[in-house]
Structure formats: structure tokens, C-alpha cells
Design a protein around this ligand. Structure first.
Ligand code: URP
Ligand code: ZN
Ligand code: ZN
Length: 461
């Protein structure tokens, strides 16, 4: 048989084109696009369907240590299962160096947790929180050189933030070893000051999470992160951007010639600070950082997606169970918003939300959708053209979408291990129905149909 699999009669989209063609797959790769294709072990008829590159979600948190008494809902099995059902074929979780710990040891242990458990392919980012001479002099360089050319630093969260000196030193190592630096931009001192004031006023409910993390704190930190990257001359990724003022900082820095990748997420398009005011502590379900803003900022983020300001649309999947003493409703969290773990689930809903709200509603076209959800991630993180496109020789990572399927998002239908979705009740049109990883169908007809065969992708800086 010339082909292991042929996908016939579909409408194929890449980041630059939409065209009708059959796709022939051999040995896990795309072997032929268009033309006669006789002889295949299996044929999938994709008439009336879109044939898209599998999604790459380059910002997810899986089984990340989250502080005493708090547990993330997902392990690699549940998170990547949910990712596959949501049309993804690669996810990129973060390996966290906890303060006082070795980054190399954290990486060895974290990677081990994924062994034999992942339903999609993986690339690991590193998080540095403690820039010791050992970490910056040996461990970080070795891990970057071994094929992990992306490192995240935090300007907020008391347990993880670094000061400017630490960020500069980390950036300098990244520059010398060809890595990108991903920055969480919020000014922790501003947040701590406002949170203290809120506590003194008895303002302890989830809503205060939004009011104590204002746009100004994100704008200032974005400006500072860009300035530090400019001084060091290192490529920077500004992750989970929530508002127009931060967007303006990015646009100005780009105009100065900085190498910037910019990312936003579904929560900044379809959620708002009002969700944090929901009664009975339900606002805790929406606590993430930066917080969702308002209608004006949603529009600003949409504009950023339309104009090309944003390169990446990621989920920032960071799942904590709601009704759980190790999750959102932990004992301290019920006493104050400051102790509600930050982060919301979204790995399975990222692509349907952007497809429905973006493509179906006419805000972006299909090639832009592909760029924002797959191709640009592969390019930004050193996986292109093996991943993120439909081209001869690329891995046959493909999601076949029913563009007309209407669904109401319900957590009961999703596959992560959280106990809620912040998008409950959102009506969407379009959903991936068949997901193929390196030529092997993983999800078909609503079922997981393959064992967990995800691999680490070899990346270049
Ligand atoms: O609230 C969020 N975003 N939690 C995940 C960790 C991070 O900051 O990306
Ligand atoms: Zn972050
Ligand atoms: Zn994150």
C-alpha cells in the first residue's frame, strides 16, 4: 500500500491558504497533497469538513507544584486526553524550579511524570524562580542546549517572582544559549499593596482578585519586561496579555525593533471581571492572572488578534478543582481571595472558542485561525515545519473539523480532571471530530481510540 492513511474530499487550511485536496500519509508523515492517491490501508472521507494542522497549545500547566495543600487537577493523562479531544496534537507544559531546588532535578522528575501518559506530543518550557549560580551557570544552559529553548519568569506571585536583577541574569543566559524568555507581566508590589488595602477594608471575596490586579500593574510590568529584554537583547514572549494598554506597550517596543512574541488566551475574549462577582464564592472559578477585564479590553484583544499584534492564542490551562479542599475552595481560599489558587481550565475549549467566536462570527479568517493556534506556536518554539502545518514531510498531525457542529460547552462532556469549566453554557459552532497524531487517529467519533503514544518533540532555538 502506498499510503497508511488517505484523508479524502476535505477542505485543507494552512496559515496561508485554503484549498481542496486529498492528503496521503505514510510512516506518520504527510507524503502527498493532492493528485491521484490509489491504495491506502485506510481512507477517511472528510467531505464537508475542514482538515487543519493539529492545534499546538504552547502554554499549559500540568501537575505543577502549587503550594502547600493545593493540587492541580490534571496529570499528563487527563490533561493531554482533554487536549486531544479539543483538537490538539502538541502541548507545552512548564517544568517549575521551586525555590531552593535544582532545576535539573525538577526537569528529570517532571519529564518522568509524562512517561507513557501523554496522548499528544510534548515540548517542555522551564520556569526559573531561584537564579542561583548553579542554576544559571550550569543547569539552565545544559537544559536549553539539550533542546528546551524557552524559559518563563514571573514578575508576580510571592513564591515565584524574581526581581529585575534575577530576570536580567536569566535573560542573559537565555540570550547566550539561544532561548526565548517568556514573562508573566504583573507588578507584585502594586498587587500586594492593593491586596493589603482590600484586606483592611474587609474586601476578601473573589471579586477583589480583579480589582487588586489592575491594568496598570500589567502595563507597567509589560513595559519593564520589554525594557529588560531590550537591554539584554533577548527574544521575549509576553504571555497571557489581557488589555489594550499592554498591547500598546508591545506595539511600541516592536516599532523599536525588539524581537517579541505576544500571546493572548480565551479568558480575555469571553470572560470578564463580572464573572469574579458570581455569588456563593463561585467567582473563584474565574480567578486567574491577569484577571479577565471588561468589554472594552475584550475588544482590544480581538483587535490584537485581527491585526497580527498577537502571534499566539494559548489556553493557559491551569486547572484546579472548584469544590475541593485542595482546589479553589481550600480553607484559606474561603477566607480570602489571596489564597484562591490562580488558574482556570481550558485546554479542550481553546480551539472551539476561537473557531466559533473568531472564524464563524467573521472576526478572523481560517488561515489566521491556523496561524494563531498551530503554525505560530511551532515557529516560536522551534518545531516548524515538523509541526504546525500541512506540508509534505511534516508530521501528520491533523484535526478534522465539523465546521457546522453546534455544541453547548458543558463540563460533563469534557475530558479534563477539573470539576467545572469557566465556559459552562457557552454555545459554539464547530468542533474537531477526528484528531490524528503522526498519522494515527487518536480521537474518533467521540472516543479515544489509541494508547498514549505522545513523544517529546525535538526543538531548536
Ligand atoms: O492564573 C494563571 N494564569 N495561572 C497559571 C500560571 C500563570 O501565571 O501562567
Ligand atoms: Zn503566567
Ligand atoms: Zn500560565
Amino acid at each position: 500500500m502506498p499510503f497508511d492513511l488517505v484523508i479524502k474530499n476535505g477542505t485543507v487550511a494552512t496559515a496561508s491558504d485554503v484549498f481542496r485536496a486529498d492528503i496521503g500519509i505514510s510512516d506518520g508523515r504527510i507524503a502527498q497533497i493532492g493528485g491521484a492517491m490509489d491504495g491506502a490501508a485506510r481512507v477517511i472521507d472528510a467531505a464537508g469538513r475542514y482538515v487543519l494542522p493539529g492545534g499546538i497549545d504552547s502554554h499549559v500547566h500540568i501537575a505543577q507544584p502549587s503550594g502547600p495543600g493545593i493540587e492541580m487537577a490534571d496529570d499528563f493523562d487527563s490533561a493531554t486526553r482533554a487536549a486531544a479531544f479539543g483538537g490538539n496534537t502538541v502541548v507545552m507544559p512548564f517544568c517549575l524550579q521551586e525555590r531552593g531546588m535544582s532545576l535539573s532535578a525538577a526537569f528529570r522528575d517532571y519529564r518522568h511524570q509524562a512517561d507513557g501518559k501523554s496522548h499528544v506530543d510534548l515540548g517542555f518550557h522551564l520556569i526559573v524562580t531561584d537564579p542561583t549560580p548553579q542554576v544559571l551557570g550550569q543547569e539552565l544552559p545544559a537544559l536549553i542546549d539539550a533542546g528546551n529553548p524557552s524559559v518563563k519568569v514571573f514578575m508576580t506571585y510571592e513564591a515565584m517572582r524574581m526581581d529585575d536583577a534575577g530576570i536580567l541574569a536569566t535573560m542573559d543566559v537565555a540570550r547566550r544559549h539561544g532561548a526565548k524568555v517568556m514573562v508573566h507581566c504583573e507588578n507584585e508590589d502594586v498587587i500586594a499593596f492593593l491586596a493589603q488595602r482590600a484586606a483592611e477594608a474587609g474586601d476578601i471575596a473573589p471579586r477583589a482578585h480583579a480589582t487588586t490586579r489592575p491594568v496598570a500593574a500589567e502595563r507597567e510590568a509589560t513595559h519593564r519586561a520589554l525594557t529588560l529584554a531590550e537591554v539584554v537583547d533577548v527574544p521575549i514572549v509576553i504571555v497571557h496579555v489581557s488589555n489594550g494598554a499592554a498591547i500598546d506597550e508591545i506595539a511600541r517596543a516592536r516599532a523599536r525593533g525588539l524581537n517579541i512574541t505576544a500571546e493572548t488566551c480565551p479568558q480575555y475574549l469571553v470572560l470578564s471581571a463580572d464573572d469574579l462577582s458570581r455569588e456563593n464564592w463561585e467567582g473563584a472559578k474565574y480567578v486567574c492572572s491577569p484577571p479577565p477585564r471588561d468589554r472594552t479590553e475584550q475588544d482590544n484583544c480581538w483587535r490584537g488578534l485581527q491585526t497580527g499584534l498577537f502571534d499566539l492564542f494559548s489556553s493557559d490551562h491551569c486547572p484546579f478543582r472548584y469544590d475541593d479542599s485542595h482546589g479553589k475552595r481550600n480553607p484559606a481560599g474561603l477566607r480570602s481571595f489571596r489564597h484562591i489558587p490562580n488558574g482556570i481550565p481550558g485546554i479542550e475549549t481553546r480551539l472551539p472558542i476561537l473557531f466559533s467566536e473568531g472564524v464563524v462570527k467573521g472576526r478572523i479568517d481560517l488561515p489566521r485561525f491556523v496561524a494563531l493556534t498551530a503554525t505560530n506556536h511551532a515557529k516560536a518554539y522551534g518545531m516548524y515545519p515538523q509541526k504546525g502545518t500541512i506540508a509534505i514531510g511534516s508530521d501528520a498531525d491533523i484535526a478534522i473539523w465539523d465546521p457546522e457542529l453546534r455544541r453547548t460547552i458543558r463540563h460533563a462532556d469534557l475530558h479534563d480532571a477539573a470539576d467545572y469549566t469557566p465556559y459552562e453554557g457557552l454555545e459554539v459552532t464547530g468542533w474537531p471530530e477526528t484528531v490524528i497524531l503522526r498519522g494515527i487517529p487518536v480521537v474518533e467519533a467521540g472516543q479515544l481510540v489509541a494508547p498514549a503514544k505522545g513523544r517529546e518533540v525535538s526543538r531548536t532555538g
